[in-house]
Design a protein around this ligand. Structure first.
Ligand SMILES: [Zn+2]
Length: 452
């Protein structure tokens, strides 16, 4: 395959089978014309001439919209394998918070590079990321240089039990640093980088900080990203502290509506599901994280039937161990079958969570998540002719169940090719791995966490 450096008239991806997630749910052989502005100019019948454009051969590949993960912690990629066998609150207090607090700017960059390499290599082109308290600039810098579409911000932690002093901050400092990050990064890299307010969860923030975030989001249209109702013991502590369940508490403080993105939502109370649907608040389903931490299974069918907007995410590598959107899709579909019976959620619905649902959560609906004229040219070409994929039937089933991150061949973000022939072209794998190893050893030693 030739590389897709854009010529004046753009390039045409020729010979692929396109699963577009457009209004018609096109799943057919199509050619795709990428304009010089990084957007899709046209989706064409095969072999339609496009004068002046150069052709890129994607014969034998399935071309899908770039996958969107709406809940990640790139700051934790270094900590894969270091927080095993603990439920949520012990996992945070004994491992993750001390490790995050031991980051330096270079280790944060190494963690982000490691994560973004894995994400791009596996076809994830857009992310909503919660950073740690400090060094969030390094996350934006990594995303800027590697070419991923990034929405994120620093974790806000101005309260909470068991928070190490390396992370605990004053309310003023927390808000001021978030404001600075927004000023510095919102709309950077031609709009590819966006800022999000990231109060970590209700238990780590004062109501003053949460209200300040709600006010700022309302004024600026910025995304708010937080965790909610992940585990029963967490939900019980929130209820005891605030006199209301978790999602209702957030709504009362103004963290609700189309700009609010809540990770997990495993344990909503009955009237909270209707509240989410009414306000347009997004839930991010994180199946592998929820299974690994023993959190439970989010009621995805119920959310969809009630009209709640749902996206998918791998959470951090320290809990899910893999930042793999294909794995999350497969688990989401399997869990839905277990809970509601086979066919209760279709493979097409699951694929929509990882594309259209993610785009909605990131505030990028109409820009990413589908292949159609005018959309960003965020595209993934995956092999679909492997022996492990041989079979018939629904193309969405093949994508969700028989396609893996290793099947990804080429990836474009805003028309720029970031993966070619299965290799990330914006990050060197050996360098990323080597720098991550050195950074992990340094941070773990500082945190007093054993590496093995
Ligand atoms: Zn998380």
């Amino acid at each position: 395959m030739e590389s897709a450096g854009l010529k004046p008239e753009g390039v045409v991806l020729r010979g692929g089978f396109v699963v577009a997630m457009d209004a018609f749910r096109t799943a057919a052989p199509r050619d795709i014309h990428l304009g010089t502005d990084g957007r899709i100019t046209a989706v064409l019948p095969p072999r339609t001439p496009v004068p002046g454009a150069s052709d890129v051969d994607v014969v034998g590949l399935t071309v899908v919209p770039g996958l969107v993960q709406a809940h990640l912690h790139l700051c934790q990629t270094l900590f894969r394998g270091l927080g095993e066998a603990r439920p949520l609150l012990r996992w945070l207090r004994e491992r993750i918070w001390p490790l995050e607090g031991a980051h330096d700017r270079e280790s944060m960059r190494a963690s982000a590079d490691l994560g973004i390499h894995e994400l791009l290599r596996g076809g994830t082109t857009s992310v909503l990321d919660m950073g740690s308290v400090h060094h969030a600039d390094a996350l934006f810098e990594s995303a800027r240089d590697a070419g991923i579409r990034y929405v994120g911000g620093k974790a806000m932690m101005d309260a909470g039990d068991g928070v190490p002093e390396t992370l605990l901050e004053t309310t003023n400092d927390s808000i001021r640093e978030s404001d600075r990050l927004r000023d510095r990064w919102e709309g950077a890299a031609s709009g590819r980088l966006r800022h999000a307010w990231c109060p970590r969860f209700v238990l780590s923030c004062t109501t003053e900080a949460l209200r300040a975030v709600a006010d700022r989001s309302r004024a600026t249209g910025g995304v708010i990203h937080t965790h909610a109702s992940e585990q029963p013991d967490e939900a019980a502590i929130v209820r005891a502290a605030h006199g209301a369940p978790n999602i209702a508490t957030l709504a009362r403080l103004g963290i609700t509506g189309a700009r609010a993105v809540l990770a997990h939502g495993v344990w909503p109370e009955d009237d909270e599901v209707a509240l989410l649907a009414r306000d347009g608040t997004h839930i991010v389903h994180c199946p592998s994280s929820n299974l690994k931490l023993g959190s439970g299974v989010a009621p995805v069918r119920r959310y969809l039937d009630t009209g709640v907007s749902v996206a998918l995410g791998a959470d951090g590598a320290a809990c899910s161990n893999a930042l793999d959107a294909w794995g999350e899709m497969r688990l989401a579909h399997l869990l839905a079958s277990l809970v509601g019976g086979p066919g209760s959620v279709s493979a097409e619905e699951v694929f929509a969570l990882a594309t259209l649902g993610g785009a909605r959560a990131l505030g990028l609906e109409g820009h990413v998540g589908a292949i159609a004229p005018g959309m960003q040219a965020d595209l993934v070409a995956v092999a679909s002719d492997g022996a492990h994929q041989s079979g018939g039937g629904d193309p969405y089933v093949r994508l969700v169940h028989a396609t893996t991150a290793r099947d990804v061949r080429s990836v474009w973000v805003g028309g720029r090719q970031v993966v070619a022939d299965g290799m990330v072209v914006t990050l060197d794998e050996d360098t990323v791995t080597h720098e991550a190893d050195a950074a992990r050893a340094r941070v773990a030693a500082r945190a007093g966490v054993p590496l093995a």
